[in-house]
Design a protein around this ligand. Structure first.
Ligand code: SF4
Ligand code: SF4
Length: 151
């Protein structure tokens, strides 16, 4: 993590941080402090893929919450219709999607909340929760069949 300290308040009351000094505790950062999400010039960051971005030490991307999970979502590409519901609703940006194609789960940042499973509209669902320690191949082999509508 990058070492930072408060440098000064500018005339709008915004605090600046300067690299190379002692690390601030969370309770030492004053209101209006700016914690940069990226190092360097981030003006074109929206056009960069996650792995190309220069995340700063403040960015939650640099921390993992994988250990919070008891159950994990498993993705079944054979059932998915790429509707992007899971991508829109995931509170932790942990759905990996490129060019509107669902690719899988970012297990470093998924906390296992199950929201993606709830919003998946397919029959059977393309995302299901399994015990954290379940092997992905085993989970896929246990996928339920399509449910028929009751008449
Ligand atoms: S379980 Fe929650 S955090 Fe993980 S991918 Fe699904 S919606 Fe995102
Ligand atoms: S919500 Fe379900 S069907 Fe839609 S993209 Fe996500 S996994 Fe695929």
């Amino acid at each position: 993590m990058q070492d930072l300290k408060l440098k000064a308040n500018d005339n709008r009351g915004m605090s600046q941080l300067e690299a190379g000094f002692d690390l601030l505790g969370w309770d030492e950062v004053t209101q209006g402090s700016v914690l940069p999400s990226f190092d360097g010039d981030a003006s074109d960051i929206v056009n960069k893929k996650a792995e190309e971005r220069t995340y700063s030490g403040f960015n939650s991307y640099t921390a993992t919450v994988a250990s919070w999970r008891v159950n994990k979502p498993v993705f079944n590409i054979d059932v998915c219709i790429d509707c992007q519901n899971c991508w829109v609703w995931c509170p932790d940006s942990s759905i990996l999607s490129r060019d509107k194609q669902m690719l899988g789960i970012d297990y470093d940042h998924c906390k296992g909340c199950e929201v993606c499973v709830e919003v998946c509209p397919t029959n059977p669902k393309s995302l299901l929760m399994f015990n954290e320690h379940t092997d992905l191949e085993v989970a896929l082999s246990e996928w339920p069949e399509k449910k028929k509508k009751e008449k």
